[in-house]
Design a protein around this ligand. Structure first.
Ligand code: AMP
Ligand code: ZN
Ligand code: FE
Ligand code: FE
Length: 288
């Protein structure tokens, strides 16, 4: 059994640049023994990825990543592991989330046009291979057209938080997000806690305690945004609050060129993270 896994990655079903089956093939090529696909707001890639994983002999867990209401400049992303692809609750939730994008996206494009940037919704739709239109795809278009010299510049100058063409999308409250993931048969896990941008450890612990009351099952301790000190901090919080530890690269393909599948800031994700998550998920299903 290969020793390493990746529990956080994106495909063309959302804003990644590789199709789901290719993400799985890359996992195999990178020597991983298990993978969870965690596209934003959709499980549209899960079926294809699961079939490829079966073919290649890699263990697979369906996942989803959703962003919840949280005060700026922080962001709260929740991973839902083991959601049931046939759950009507899950379908309803993804429809709501995608409707939030569909309301927001034309406003971004209109503002860009106003700023003299020639881009259309049609171009964005074509760039997105699935139904989830995310800002990284728009950034890629701006880059290709020569408006910016990098994806980062597209966010800094145009579409990132605080930039002129930034518009927020409607989000679920954390409470609702946790309920819907639980009702969909999934385990809610706090993604990349560093992105909460809490001011100190006490505030971070308060957030975690609040989420525990909502049914938090785990915390992502390994992530490409976590340095060694953050990793150590989140591991100790996981131990203190009896949370499942998870980890992933947050691989997106070409829009985040510096991130390879299975490696988060030079750190690999141990197989036991996957086994532990799966064991908790089985217990949940048995309790039904
Ligand atoms: P969206 O879900 O469409 O709002 O886009 C959010 C995604 O854009 C996140 O998952 C990040 O991958 C990416 N993103 C957000 N802010 C930045 C930034 N400042 N630089 C690069 N990527 C970003
Ligand atoms: Zn993304
Ligand atoms: Fe995220
Ligand atoms: Fe992600």
């Amino acid at each position: 059994m290969a020793l390493f896994v990746d529990l956080h990655c994106h495909s063309t079903a959302s804003d990644g640049t590789l199709p789901p089956a290719e993400v799985v093939r890359l996992a195999k090529a990178n020597g991983l023994s298990a993978l969870a696909l965690t596209d934003h707001d959709t499980i549209g890639g899960v079926k294809e990825a699961a079939a490829e994983a079966l073919k290649l002999g890699i263990d697979f867990l369906p996942g989803i990543e959703i962003s919840a209401e949280y005060p700026s400049p922080g962001t709260m992303h929740i991973l839902g592991y083991g959601v049931d692809p046939n759950s009507p609750t899950l379908r309803g939730m993804t429809e709501t989330l995608i409707a939030g994008r569909d309301n927001r996206n034309p406003r971004i494009v209109a503002k860009l046009n106003e700023m003299g940037v020639a881009v259309t919704m049609k171009e964005w739709e074509d760039e997105a291979k699935g139904i989830v239109l995310g800002r990284p795809q728009l950034a890629a278009i701006l880059h290709r057209k020569g408006y910016v010299s990098s994806i980062k510049e597209a966010f800094d100058r145009y579409i990132g938080q605080g930039a002129p063409a930034y518009f927020d999308k409607e989000r679920l409250t954390p409470k609702r997000a946790f309920e819907l993931i639980r009702e969909s048969g999934g385990l809610p896990v706090l993604a990349h806690p560093v992105q909460l941008r809490t001011e100190n450890d006490a505030q971070l612990e308060r957030v975690i305690k609040d989420l525990l009351d909502l049914g938090l099952a785990g915390i992502e301790v390994i992530h490409s945004d976590h340095d060694d000190a953050l990793f150590a901090k989140y591991v100790s919080l996981a131990q203190k609050y009896n949370l499942i530890q998870t980890g992933g690269s947050d691989f997106h393909g070409a829009t985040k060129k510096n991130i390879d599948l299975g490696i988060a800031r030079g750190r690999r994700i141990p197989r036991e993270f996957f086994d532990n998550l799966l064991a908790h998920h089985r217990k949940l299903k048995k309790a039904g």
